[in-house]
Ligand binder design. Structure first.
Ligand code: PHE
Length: 348
């Protein structure tokens, strides 16, 4: 067999072997086998010396062509193989975006916050602004400017945690009355505000008392504001929260910063008025203090009591939540027991 035939056969066999290589290893092996130092092509090229000078250029060129063909075939097969591998990998790693995700537990506002939010909705609808104030309050705002001078006996009922003799944990949201009146420009119209938040007292904790609880203060000051406006407003609150199920009654009372003063009670949800442990036998649950803003309080906040009058109320969202949902112990709201808290689903 002449050189050219040998080379042609070699090309034929080499191309076939390369074409049949099924993975990158096999392709590599084929390269070593057909083009490597010990491969047949190298052998043939080495034997070129034995050829006559006339034959040499043509055979040399042919051998080069065979080598190029084999190299090209290897290159092509390798690229094909890499593409196949990549496709297989992409297929294997496909993410099915239509699969349902792992469920994430959804939280909800605390039941007391739900009550506060409902009240905010109601009052904003009646044109009130919502203000929040400091829980660590100045004694002057918590007591003095509310007509409770030092040594006033009514301070006893609202003993609290003192940070310094002048700074305390507020016992009520009423300090916001003074803070808001001082800021308000009455020439531009009446002041109508509510202020929800936490308050603190040295109460002995029992089923209806907690050393920390919530209040929502309300204040309206303007020209010709009367007790009738207060009554109408409180009735609206009762209707909004309890519908017609429970009754609201007003009772004369005393607060140093309102005159006259009233307290509002709601029918006991537990005994519906018959008298039980929760309402201490009265059939009613107290949930709100209110009255006409005392002239001294107006004066101390720079408001002319001859020209302006107002009403104020402070209601207890904790008590409202108890009434609305029939919760028998106020302390349950603060224990952070999820079995208790998750029962009050806003959407439910
Ligand atoms: N601040 C009073 C309390 O905590 C409630 C109240 C507010 C009474 C506003 C009258 C007017 O008991």
């Amino acid at each position: 067999m002449g050189m050219k035939e040998k080379l042609a056969e070699l090309r034929q066999q080499g191309l076939e072997a390369i074409e049949q290589s099924q993975d990158l290893d096999k392709i590599n092996q084929a390269r070593v086998k057909w083009l490597g130092k010990k491969g047949p092509l190298t052998q043939i090229l080495r034997g070129m010396g034995k050829l006559s000078p006339e034959e040499r250029p043509a055979v040399g060129k042919y051998a080069n062509d065979v080598r190029n063909d084999l190299q090209e075939a290897l290159q092509r097969r390798k690229q094909e193989m890499e593409k196949e591998l990549l496709n297989a990998k992409l297929m294997a790693e496909t993410v099915d975006v239509t699969l349902p995700g792992a469920p994430v537990a959804q939280g909800q506002p605390h039941v007391i916050q739900q009550i506060i939010d409902q009240l905010i909705d109601l009052f904003v609808g009646m044109g009130y602004e919502v203000a929040t104030g400091p829980e660590v309050e100045e004694e002057v705002y918590n007591f003095e400017k509310l007509n409770l001078p030092k040594d006033h006996p009514a301070r006893d009922m609202q003993d609290t945690f003192y940070i310094t003799p002048q700074i305390l944990m507020r016992t009520q949201t009423s300090p916001m009355q003074a803070r808001m009146m001082e800021k308000h420009d009455f020439s531009k119209g009446p002041l109508k505000m509510i202020s929800p938040g936490k308050v603190y007292r040295r109460d002995t904790d029992d089923a209806t008392h907690s050393h920390q609880f919530h209040q929502l203060e309300g204040l309206v000051v303007g020209e010709h504001v009367t007790m009738a406006d207060l009554r109408g407003t409180l009735q609206e609150v009762g209707r909004n929260l309890f519908g017609d199920q429970l009754n609201v009654r007003l009772r004369p009372s005393y607060f140093p910063f309102t005159e006259p003063s009233v307290e509002a009670d709601v029918t006991c949800f537990n005994c519906l008025g018959k008298g039980c442990d929760i309402c201490k036998g009265t059939g009613w649950i107290e949930c709100l203090g209110a009255g006409m803003v005392h002239p001294n309080v107006l004066k101390m906040s720079g408001v002319d009591p001859e020209k302006y009058s107002g009403f104020a109320f402070g209601l207890g969202p904790d008590r409202f939540a108890m009434l609305k949902y029939g919760v028998t112990d106020i302390r349950d709201f603060y224990l952070n027991d999820m079995r208790f808290l998750t029962q009050f689903d806003e959407k439910g």
